[in-house]
Design a protein around this ligand. Sequence first.
Ligand code: ZN
Length: 408
Amino acid sequence: MLIPYQYRLYSPWFWWYRFGLNRSQWFSQDAIEEYLEEKKSTILEYALEKSPYYQNNFSEGAPITVTKDNLREHYNEFVAEGSDLIPQIVKYTSGSTGKPLKIAMPKTQDLFNDACVWRGWNWVGVKWGTRQAWLEPFFKKSCYEEPMRRYGDLRLYLNSKLMDVPKMYSYLCWLTVFQPEAFHSIPSALYVFTCFAETTKIKIPKMKAILLQCETLTPERRKYFEDFYGCYVGEWYGHNETAISASTCEEGGFHINWEMGFPTIIGGYIHATSFLNKIIPLINYRTNDQAEIIWGRCKCGRESPRYKYIKGKMRDPIIRPDKTFVGGEFLTTDYMTFKLWVKQFKFEQTALDHVVISIVTDDEKQIPAFKKELQEIFKNMTVEVNTVPAFNPDNFIIKSVVKPEEVF
Ligand SMILES: [Zn+2]
């Protein structure tokens, strides 16, 4: 959420994209396949013509795949010639393997992505004017440290960055007063919040939808949220590179937003091709998310391809001895973003009062200061920082033995 909301609201591009997406959602499979073929070959030609990285490493007709390491190590070579005139933004990502990475993209790409988000919301009854609450780590905006009602009282922001029991109690009260119709969050934060909410007598308002993003939602966790909130639980899949995305429809089909980019499954992993990034062209860019794609008409009537499943980034919540929650998004995206000397990382909470951080780095003199910073975050816990030569990442970048349902 780097572009101010007002900018999106007033940008004619945003409305133009929404108009187009409302029509294209009903395209037939044949029309979609034709569009994909054309877009894939156009961006491929563009990359081979403008981007030195593709010119130097691939000849025409040869299969192309690029990795996060390629992008990290040859970033400047990826930049397409003449793209400095395109209005752009830069995003940082932690990646599923915990390796920080930066990427530039056209501003319009971010707006297009936002228009796709809105289309997904519309599918489940969340429209302009719907009262929506967010439980997310709002680390970029200090004004969201406290609960905040914005945009004509239609939005309520609750910060999950460092939640504790009094905060969660007050958030429950805010929800009962605000009466949201939709509640957005990330699975790990909502899990902690829901485990706490279960222990209170406060009645959660009846909502249309819970909408989750950023982390893999397991079937067990989905069932838990559906049972507790008694409403639809939807998902958004995307990544900070904004090459591809997907939204769940009213029937639970996980539809790929094929208009912006398309995934190819190679060796079980999603490889993303962006149709919109003319600054850093991404062709078959390997993510660490595993998935399967299915075609055929969904129960909702749309013929766009869907994910049968996605297995991506997993983050357990970390709960400190004083029952405060340290959000994974805060640790692995915001906090780690600028730790560019860390090549790879993994957090493991091995006991309520002990956390181990494994890192891959060639710059060990940064570690004492790093450890001091971590000690500030993990108050009343022992912090262990280990350097490791490399590790095979599983999908967990934060793992914990502490179960929220046993703490509250
Ligand atoms: Zn559907």
